[in-house]
Every structure is written in structure tokens, then in C-alpha cells.
Design a protein. Sequence first.
Length: 258
Amino acid sequence: MTRTPLLAGNWKMNLNHLEAIALVEGLAAELRDVDFDYSKADVVVIPPFTDIRSVQTVVESEELKIAYGAQDVSVHESGAYTGEVSASMLSQLGVSYIVVGHSERREYHNESDQLVGKKAQVALAAGMIPIICCGEGLDVRKAGKQVEHVLAQIDGALEGISAADVAKSVIAYEPIWAIGTGEVATPEDAQEVCGAIREQVAKLYDQQTAEAVRILYGGSVKSSNVAEIMAKPDVDGALVGGASLKADEFSKIANFEG
Ligand code: 13P
């Protein structure tokens, strides 16, 4: 079973819609310059909500093969939920991926594994692919408990999701201590947890589901370290923050095999 590598840029709360247009156009141009083969990896940008319509317009009018995602979704369909954005609103804009349970949302918005799982289900029900985030803080890592911590997050988030839906989903392992710090987990650290996640999916579901689900690493990924991380057998891609805000750098990450 071969899993298509996925290189996703989480822009977080950066770039207005004009800057978003410039970045997507710049990224497409960089990839065109190196004759990037879009059949060998999925390239995804994940802008703030306010940029999505503009990104859609660029992607559609220029027929780009870059996909785009959203950084969060409401668990509600519609109604009196001030400030929230529904899955159907996002799918209407051509969104294909939704990040759920990023550590920044878990930390600043108290998102639980159960809520994260519900968001993943809402994304799947609307035909989009959830990128389910997990990862341990520095205290857990120092105690050597990263695997059990992450597997508990996975157990909670996947509860009630069918094998077929998990097979389509993406799981992103992002150790919190490596996010935005310049501190990268070693390829072995990434493999340890990504491999454990895949084994857990096999345990909860079956081998076929485990081999289908894509597992990403995130945390200070750059063009200079992406290849060694991608070389690990259970790492199928990267969720990139800071380095995804520069067209040339993110295009090099997408083109990690050179
Ligand atoms: P950095 O690549 O900036 O460390 O961010 C990682 C991340 O949180 C992506 O979701």
C-alpha cells in the first residue's frame, strides 16, 4: 500500500486575503519553475477563514493543483453560534481538509479529545478530510510518556469514527515543545510516535485501515530537515507552520525529494 505524501502549510493567524493571494500565486510559480509533479505529493495550504474565498478564486481561475484547508470547524450545522463557521460553509468554498484539535486550540480554547473527534466527524460527514492533531508537551516528553499520552488522545478522538472514515483521515503528530521553537524532534522521535499511532489504529480497527491512514509530523519543519523526517516509514507528510509562509521555502518542502 502506498500512501501519497502530504505537505500541508498551516498559516495559523497570518496573512490577510491579499497576502494570501500573493503567497498562493508565488507558491504555484515556484512549483512550476521546478516542474513539480503533483501526482507524487499532495500540496495543501491552510489559511485563516477570511482568506479562503480568495484562495479558492486563485486556485480555480488558474486551475492550480494546490488544495486548501481550514484551521477549524464548528460542530454545529447552523444557527446561533456567534463566531463559528460550519462544515457546509467550508465545503461550499471547495475546502478539502480541516485541521481539528491543533494544540493551540486545545490550549487556548480548551478543546477536549471528544470535541476534536466530533469536529473530525463533522468534517467527514461533509466530505472533507480531517487532519486530527495530537502531541505532547515538554513535561510529558521529559517524563518519557509521549507515546501513552498521544495514544490516549488518539483513542478519544477516533471514538465513534468508522474504519472507512479513519482510512481517509490524516493524523498529525505535533510535539508541542517543537512547535515554533526551532526545536525539531529527531526523525527517530517522529517515527517512534507516528509508528505507535499506526499500531494503535491497527489495534482499534484493522491492518488495512492502519496502512491507509496518513500520519504527518509537525514542529519546526523546514526545507533543510524535511527529507530526513519523510524518510521514516510511518511519516507520510508534514504539517508546517512558519516555513509555509514563504513561497520558496514551502515549495522546497513540497519538493523534498529534490
Ligand atoms: P512550526 O512549523 O512553525 O513549528 O508550526 C508547526 C505547527 O504547529 C503546524 O500546525
